[in-house]
Design a protein around this ligand. Structure first.
Ligand SMILES: [Zn+2]
Length: 489
């Protein structure tokens, strides 16, 4: 085996014996100096596809990525394998940047990672025109397409670069691109007769469940239930507005559920801290807008909850795709409500294209057929029923909820309350519905603050009923009942 053999390098530097599906094809096309666009689902082993040809080529590989934290991870990783690499980003101090430039000029690196913003720097362009670049890699290539949600105007700078290095192969990667976006990427990057690799988007280890929530109470009950089912596991809750992330964080706090919230409006340091504590496993639950996740490399995320529905299928699939990258069974829940539709329409305003995209998603969420099949169809793939979505498993969350807290038990609790009420000599009818009973049982509220946070319970209710409720809560039978419920969980 020689140094120029991909298998040899795979084994020597990465410790694997064989390639994953598609990797070798992509590598061989790059080695033939063909332009390429690879659409690989997140976690599909993308970096090996360009790092191996980069090691085989005699020159330097330039990697353009918008994900600063991922960039740093990859560079650290390569350096730990004795592959000299560097990155240029705002994270470096002035003197670190100067040293890096000096070393680049001396040809000390095999891989140079940059954020697209760097392409505006005259200093950078001058320096790279004097070194031998044999491969240009463009990560998250869909950011160049104006069709997608993730369009970044700065990506247009890459066009100038590809014109400057006309003889250098370009390898573009993305985890999400339908046909329209694929064509747009190829045109925008001036890819010449590119090799396009498309790996199936099917993820067999993801259970998809769309939960129809008729009102906010059902939604919050479902949320608490799901989090309890996944206690001590790692999860993300996605919301569509920044405001909701904070609100939900405060709500969960009331019930002693530990979480952090994350959105693009937080200051840089806070965002970094949250990312680090999630990546290291210190924080297990993050409530976030779609700003969170890009560049997060946590393989054992066990569940993703969409508390509000996302704006299109690509975002939805990318977000749930963060679960179960270790290929272990993982769960994706969407809490769907009419009110969320309204929020999305407000966010999308009158943008016709985006409204169409949203309606494609709505169709899948509301349809009576396999969810996975609908999603794959959107990406242009044909498939059979998946066997692991709520439609295929013929479950509806509401009935599941009833299994855990049966009608029998509700009846039991109701009777207890009636007996207690009589003992308390209450004259009025106790205004407690089944939903409220389930809520109380699930949440186990212990003070006014927790009680008032339950949708449907207002100050008027508290004024009249809090004292008797408090007495009921202090009653030992009630505690026994709660213990019963928790044991069943
Ligand atoms: Zn299915």
């Amino acid at each position: 085996m020689k140094k120029t053999n991909p298998h040899f390098i795979l084994n020597k530097y990465f410790g694997y014996k064989s390639f994953r599906p598609g990797q070798l094809k992509i590598i061989n096309n790059i080695l033939d100096k063909k332009d390429s666009l690879s659409i690989l689902p997140t976690g599909g082993g993308k970096s090996i596809c360009f790092q191996i040809p980069g090691l085989i080529f005699s020159g330097i590989t330039l990697v353009i990525s918008p994900l600063v934290s991922l960039m740093k991870d990859q560079v650290d990783n390569l350096n730990s394998k004795d592959i000299r690499s560097c990155y240029l980003s705002g994270l470096l101090s002035k003197s670190q940047t100067n040293t890096t430039y000096d070393l680049i000029k001396l040809n000390k690196f095999k891989f140079i990672y940059i954020a697209p913003e760097r392409l505006k720097s005259k200093r950078f362009i001058k320096v790279i025109s004097k070194i031998y670049i044999s491969l240009i890699v463009i990560d998250e290539a869909h950011c160049i397409s104006q069709w997608g949600d993730s369009f970044r105007p700065i990506y247009k700078q890459i066009t100038n670069l590809t014109k400057q290095f006309i003889n250098c192969p370009i390898a573009a990667f993305t985890a999400t691109a339908n046909k329209k976006v694929q064509t747009d990427i190829c045109n925008s990057l001036n890819l010449i007769n590119p090799y396009i690799y498309y790996q199936s988007f099917k993820r067999t280890n993801l259970d998809i469940e769309i939960i129809n929530c008729h009102n906010q109470t059902i939604k919050n009950i479902s949320l608490i239930r799901i989090i309890k089912e996944h206690q001590n596991e790692i999860g993300i809750i996605y919301c569509s507005t920044r405001k909701t992330t904070k609100k939900l964080h405060d709500f969960l706090n009331l019930f002693n559920i530990d979480s952090s919230f994350y959105h693009a409006g937080l200051d840089k340091e806070k965002k970094q801290n949250i990312q680090v504590s999630f990546s290291t496993g210190h924080k297990k639950l993050i409530i976030a807008t779609n700003a969170f996740g890009m560049g997060i490399d946590v393989s054992n995320i066990r569940y993703v909850i969409h508390y509000q529905i996302p704006s299109n299928i690509e975002n939805y699939y990318q977000e749930i795709g963060r679960a179960g990258r270790d290929n272990q069974p993982s769960y994706c829940y969407a809490l769907y409500s009419k009110n969320d539709e309204k929020i999305q329409y407000q966010l999308l305003k009158t943008n016709k294209e985006k409204i169409e995209d949203f309606e494609s998603l709505k169709l899948i969420f509301k349809s009576n057929q396999c969810r996975t099949k609908g999603i794959l169809k959107y990406f242009g793939e044909k498939s059979i029923d998946c066997k692991n979505c709520d439609y295929c498993k013929k479950i509806r969350y509401k009935s599941q909820l009833m299994i855990h807290i049966s009608n029998h038990e509700i009846e039991f609790l109701r009777k207890l309350l009636v007996i207690k009420k009589n003992n308390l000599n209450l004259s009025r009818k106790f205004p407690i519905t089944d939903t409220l009973l389930i809520y109380i049982a699930l949440i186990n509220p212990r003070d006014i603050k927790q009680f008032i946070s339950i949708p449907g319970i207002g100050l008027g209710f508290i004024n009249v009923w809090y004292t008797p409720i408090q007495q009921i809560l202090a009653w030992k039978w009630y505690n026994t009942f709660l213990v019963l419920i928790h044991v069943r969980e």
